[in-house]
Design a protein around this ligand. Sequence first.
Ligand code: SAH
Length: 456
Amino acid sequence: MKRTAPVAKNDFVDVVFEDLTHDGAGVAKVDGYPIFVPNVLPGEKAKIKVIKASKGYGFGRLEEIYTESPYRVDLSETDPSLYGGCQIQHMSYEGQLKFKEKQVREVLKRIGKLEDVMVHPIIGMDEPTHYRNKAQVPVGEEEGVLIAGFFKPRTHEIVDAKESIIQDPVINETVQTVKEICSELGIPAYNEESHKGVLRHIMARFGKVSGEVMVVIITRTPELPFKERIIEEITARVPNVKSIIQNINTKKTNVIFGEETRTLWGSEVIYDSIGNIKFAISARSFYQVNPEQTKVLYEKALEYAGLTGEENVIDAYCGIGTISLFLAQKAKKVFGVEIVPQAIEDARRNAELNNIQNVEFAVGEAEVVIPDWYKEGNATDVLVVDPPRKGCDEALLQTIIDMKPKKVVYVSCNPATLARDLRVLEDGGYNTVEVQPVDMFPQTMHVEAVARIELR
Ligand code: SAH
């Protein structure tokens, strides 16, 4: 049966918002037909104007709120450029935490059919702002002056942001200073349409524990005009800068980084620590952006692994070995698997840096490497997974079920795939003992959770 929209473009309708989408838009239903509206919150009753009505769903604009959510924060007097990368800044932090916790509970029930699994109260931040240790901002030009910030949602227009409420102040200042230096020297911004100009992005990274700062200048051209002056100014004006890097991206693409990376000044890496483990971070390495909450998450993962020093542990999707190195301090041996070769190089270097010898890293797909290990007769006591949003591959889940490690620890950045995968493990003989949500990304829709799973 062909479904038609119960509303038409330019209609005014009264709705109640039930939920939020991944990008933070409110969802209301009219006779089961979903309409997405920005800047609203669950529970709010409002008048909206329909902007677009496709067959299966529509988009609307908020006209008037009849009943406000108790969690609504009035941002009408604040500068919108502060909120780049945020989606739910108009919800109080208490509301955000409640929303995220509820989302984990509901999804585990609905998708995972886990009726009475223990979900602990979410662990939030005491201060849910200025937590990010990294920014990569696009650069544009306005009346001959460089601007840098973020793309206005769904456009290619750059919003000039002097500050971001989720970036560390050191990152905010570093980006501003580098922008000013390049502007003063007349470095032309990259123009997406004409594919001309030089400066595409400015990236800043900061080791919160070490205090070390890295600046990465991403250019279209291999040559960087006034290179020596830029270095001189950055080293004079950016406190604690330890590394200045140029990355060259000659392609017409919205991918930020190009293939070639050069060290212009100082070290190729900066260092930082999470707990007692030190990490070398290069311009291209993946490193968690909220180190404070990362520590909370990893400590939970370690607690759930319940190590005594006797165990063989597999860390699937290990990245640069962050979790592996944490686990190695309490395990007999840890095997890390990761698909990106560069990340494994970093992982090995980080093991060396910390003088940790009971880890081994392999490059490859977890769903191929781990079944191979199993076929070779290797056993594992504890298996940790930290997959990307799409969750674990079926072949990996089946191998876990065959391999029968006593414990599985699942670190997840997507509750929906966590729930789906937990169901597979439950049907394969495992029991989900408890789940701990952790808020790694305040002001955004992202939710992280770690689950303790044991063989029945
Ligand atoms: N545990 C790490 C990284 C987690 S992010 C940390 O906490 O820092 C997920 C990682 O899985 C990424 O590094 C990604 O490159 C890797 N990955 C994605 N698909 C994979 C696959 N099929 N097999 C192994 N690793 C994969």
